[in-house]
Structure formats: C-alpha cells, structure tokens
Design a protein around this ligand. Sequence first.
Ligand code: DC
Length: 225
Amino acid sequence: MKKIAVAIDGPAAAGKSTVAKRVAEILNFTYIDTGAMYRAFTWYCLEKGLDCQDEKACVAVIPEVKIELKPGHIVLCNGQDVSKEIRLPRVSQNVSYIASYKDIRLALVELQRAMAETSSVIMDGRDIGTYVLPNAEVKIFQIASVETRAIRRYDENISKGIPCTLEEIEEDVRRRDYIDSHRDFAPLKPAADSVLLDTSFMNVDEVVNEVLKIIEQKMKEKVNA
Ligand code: DC
C-alpha cells in the first residue's frame, strides 16, 4: 500500500496527541509527536541553565542535542528518557520560546520529514500541514475553546501526578496560543486544504471516529480523482 501522511495541527491542549495516538494504533501508522521534540529541546536548555528567551544561547546548543522518538511514546534526549520531564510546567512555560527560533525549527523539521519518509505517519503539531508535510494526503486542524482545553490538560496532568492549578494551565494555554500563532516562521494556522474539527463538545471516541471518517473520505477522493 502507498505511504500516507496525516497531519493534525491545532492549538495547545486541543487533544491532538490523544486522538493521533489512537488513530495511529487503529490504522497501524507511526505516530510522531512533534511537540515532544520541541519540549525535549527545551528540557535540555533548562538542564544546561540557559535562559530560554535567549535565542543565541539556545540556538548555539543545536549540535549538542540528539532527540529520538521510540516506540511506546518514549522520548530520548541524548539517550536519556525524558518522556515525563518534558511534560512538567517549567518545560510547558518555556517551550513556545524555543519553538519560535527558526534555526531550532529547521533542525527539528529535518528530523520530522525524515521520519515520514519510511512509513505511513500521523504527525501532530502546529505547522505540519502548512510547512513540514505540505503534501500530506490528509490535513486536520483540531480546535476547542480555551476553557475546554485548560480543563483537559489539567485533568491529564493530575492523572499523571504532575502538580498544577487550573488557573496556571489556562494562563499557559492562552500565552502559548499567542506566541505560537504570532511567531514569524511557520506560525500556527490552518492549511488552506485542511478540515476544521471543533472538538469543544466531543469526547475522545467521537473525535477518533470523526478523524477516521475524514481519512477514509479523503482517501476515497484521491482514488476517484
Ligand atoms: O503540542 P505541545 O503542547 O506538546 O507542543 C509544545 C510546544 O511546541 C507548543 O507551544 C508549540 C510548539 N510546537 C510547534 O511550534 N510546532 C510543532 N510542530 C509542534 C509544537
């Protein structure tokens, strides 16, 4: 079967990764969490004691950082498993700065494109449909209200034992929305050929089914084109 790429973009905490993981399992595609890569880079900068708002200092460490995504949603940074650490508030609060630096984006996009070369993928992020995989067969832009997203991320953190308050999560979501959509290079925005999916009033199963339907529909259109 021909390789297929599915791009799922959207703002922070819209539930993209939960849905992408499930759909990847059902279709036997490789799931690529690009946000985890920006988070791992941010974790490394923080570990080195760098100020994440200092672009020059953070860009300078690009050659030192090796990020790998392994089966089972394991994220390695220079061989160390940082899957849990990258979800901590200090990383969430700084990752949008790191993701706004063009040189860091270019380095990570190169890795992301290479991953999509070898198998069918479902990749989630902010710029997948617009920049990373502009020829993706299916592009979905997944949104939900700020309040819904904050509650979902809060529940997720609490269930993982990550301490936080709903107020700080909502503030972080708003701040990241702003930075992610106002940066100069590859900002968060829907691709012209993406399908908009508002999940504010949908549960996970409903969103998964809707995404599967969109993929099936798009593939039918391609065959008939
Ligand atoms: O999806 P997430 O919350 O784990 O993403 C973390 C940050 O990384 C988010 O603030 C925006 C950024 N990001 C990005 O700029 N481009 C991507 N393709 C993925 C994430």
